[in-house]
Design a protein. Structure first.
Length: 173
């Protein structure tokens, strides 16, 4: 029993020593806040919206095989209402996330990713009080592709707060 316990402990220690990390920066199009802002502002009130983002930063830590990673996503986006109030909204999103690389080669990988969390919306307009609101948000990237060495480019297709299409750069260490 002691030998089995010692073997299991040494396996766990070596797995911890070989964990992989990655940091990513990306820009997406067609995010949840973009779609909701366009419909709510443009369709219902007739106001024009100038939307930017989301710009996101991700961190993941992977298991020994480099396939299963846990981490988090921070995204920022904003819009400006083209009306007499000059209203501006900014969206700050924080989501714990999981990623699974179902194809993991030295210079190419394909993966899927899921995240859920909160978006805090701050809104300001001339002549009125600032408003803050928190809402549930998510990201589900069905297919992601990355290519390169330690520095990698990536492209993801999915839905959620990072957008329908997400592109960016990643550093693995």
């Amino acid at each position: 029993m002691l030998a089995v316990a010692a073997l299991m402990a040494s396996t766990v220690v070596s797995a911890q020593d070989e964990l992989q990390n990655e940091v990513s920066v990306g820009y997406g199009g067609g995010s949840n806040t973009d779609i909701v802002s366009s419909i709510a502002g443009g369709f219902f009130t007739g106001k024009q919206i100038d939307y930017w983002g989301p710009v996101s930063v991700e961190y993941f830590r992977f298991n020994q095989e480099g396939r299963l990673g846990f981490g988090g996503i921070f995204a920022v986006a904003g819009c400006k209402w083209d009306d007499s109030s000059s209203a501006k909204s900014t969206y700050f999103t924080l989501m714990p996330s999981v990623k699974y690389k179902w194809l993991n080669k030295a210079h190419f990988a394909m993966y899927s990713k899921a995240a859920v969390g909160l978006t805090v919306k701050t809104q300001s307009a001339s002549g009125s009080d600032d408003k803050t609101k928190a809402v549930f948000n998510w990201q589900a990237s069905a297919v992601g592709m990355e290519f390169g060495g330690a520095f990698r480019g990536f492209l993801e297709l999915g839905m959620g707060e990072q957008g329908i299409v997400l592109v960016g750069l990643r550093y693995r260490f």
